[in-house]
Design a protein around this ligand. Structure first.
Ligand code: GCO
Ligand code: MG
Length: 402
């Protein structure tokens, strides 16, 4: 079998998605996601101008060699644009392999290690009461794990919290929106949220929280300690991780489990975090970390150090990534949990898929390949619209981490 064509679809059924389609001389095609929220067209150009021409004539079964060719062969390694483009190719090739061998992708990754993939959903509200209510609705719908984010008194908006009863979606059209941030107000408020949630729902439900890289290590250490009575499943992205030793400081002070990695691109962003066992969950995603081929290596490396997976699964990761993550999560021995932020009905129509949710778990389905498709005609009705993630500033105007 040979690759005969590659094309990139950019559509915006509610938000932007970049999808690579690789076609073969046997009529089998595969799909890969290359969406990089707020910087989508840079991946399109990387794929169209540089990557696709190198794929024509290649054997799509050679996922390892093609991965190395695109990573080492470019000389310029790593970074979100490069790794999203490599991921798009890699995932499309795994999809082709599964279809050609007439088996779901999870069988190519070691087969089923469990019956389903536990997922967590997002509860949020402008205040504690609304957030508890939102969590209640999710628990009633069957979720066993809930991430909770709440508005903070004195701040007009907060990360992860929807405005005006809309569904939360961070990227916005127009130039980047700016919001005000106060670490002091946040640190005072969050423990109260989890006290309320534990009080209302008891000990069985898994509770998670995302700090979105906004704290210093010592602030995160304090938050981790303050949250210990509420037994979180994890505290996510407590501090930026370019300087990996910051996580040692957090680790030394708290037993609250730590998850990080949604902005990482290769194992080198997490090598020390994993090897020194400063984290409990590695949250790298298939789309932003070079595809299934690389994430499998990261997970196998992490397994040695008792670190489990917790793949990023926000709405800016397309249904193609969701499907790939579910195949991966079903097979990986050290799977931890998978994020599930359901897509809009429009997105689900553009990307018909086999995966499903039941009683807290998702399953990728048993169709050959990934079990996800792209309706190109429908996609054409939702043209690309430039959008940006917001910017955050401290109360005195200093730019801070959003
Ligand atoms: C998460 C994330 C997202 C990101 C978004 C950026 O844990 O789901 O933090 O909400 O902010 O994916 O594009
Ligand atoms: Mg996050």
């Amino acid at each position: 079998m040979k690759i005969v064509n590659g094309s990139v679809n950019v559509c915006s059924p509610g938000r932007n998605f970049v999808t690579l389609k690789i076609e073969t001389d046997e009529g089998i095609y595969g799909l890969g996601d290359g969406t990089l929220n707020g910087r989508e067209l840079s991946v399109v150009s990387y794929l169209v101008e540089y990557v696709i021409p190198c794929l024509i004539g290649r054997d799509p079964f050679e996922t390892e060699d093609i991965w190395q060719y695109l990573y080492r062969g470019a000389y310029w390694r790593r970074g979100p644009v490069t790794m999203a483009a490599i991921a798009a190719v890699d995932v499309a090739l795994w999809d082709i392999k599964g279809k050609a061998l007439n088996t779901p992708v999870y069988n190519l990754l070691g087969g089923k290690s469990r019956n389903g993939v536990m997922v967590y959903a997002h509860a949020n509200g402008v205040d504690l009461g609304q957030t508890v209510e939102s969590a209640e609705q999710l628990i009633e719908r069957g979720y066993l794990a809930v991430r909770a984010q709440s508005g903070i008194p004195g701040l007009a908006s907060a990360y992860g919290v929807a405005q005006d009863g809309q569904t939360y979606e961070p990227a916005q059209k127009g130039l980047p929106a700016e919001s005000a941030w106060s670490t002091e107000k946040y640190l005072r408020h969050v423990p109260m949220l989890f006290a309320r949630l534990r009080d209302r729902f008891g000990d069985d439900v898994h509770l998670l929280h995302d700090c979105h890289h906004r704290l210093t290590p010592i602030e995160a250490a304090r938050l981790g300690r303050d949250l210990e009575p509420y037994r979180l499943f994890w505290m996510e992205d407590p501090t930026p991780a370019e300087q990996q030793e910051g996580y040692l400081q957090i680790r030394e002070h708290t037993t609250t489990p730590i998850a990080v990695g949604e902005v990482f691109n290769t194992v080198w962003d997490a090598e020390m975090l994993i090897r020194k066992q400063w984290i409990d969950y590695i949250r790298m995603s298939i789309v932003h970390a070079g595809g299934i081929t690389h994430l499998k290596k990261v997970a196998d490396f992490a397994d040695i150090y008792h670190v489990r997976t917790g793949c990023h699964g926000a709405t800016d990761l397309s249904p193609v990534t969701m499907a790939a993550s579910l195949h991966f999560g079903l097979a990986a021995h050290n799977f931890g949990i998978q994020e599930h932020m359901p897509h809009t009905a429009e997105t689900d129509e553009v990307f018909p898929h086999q995966y499903s949710f039941k009683e807290g778990y998702m399953h990728p389905g048993d169709e050959p390949g990934l079990g996800v498709d792209l309706n190109e005609e429908l996609a054409a009705k939702h043209p690309y619209q430039r959008a940006y993630l917001p910017i955050s500033r401290k109360l005195d105007g200093t730019l801070s981490d959003w």
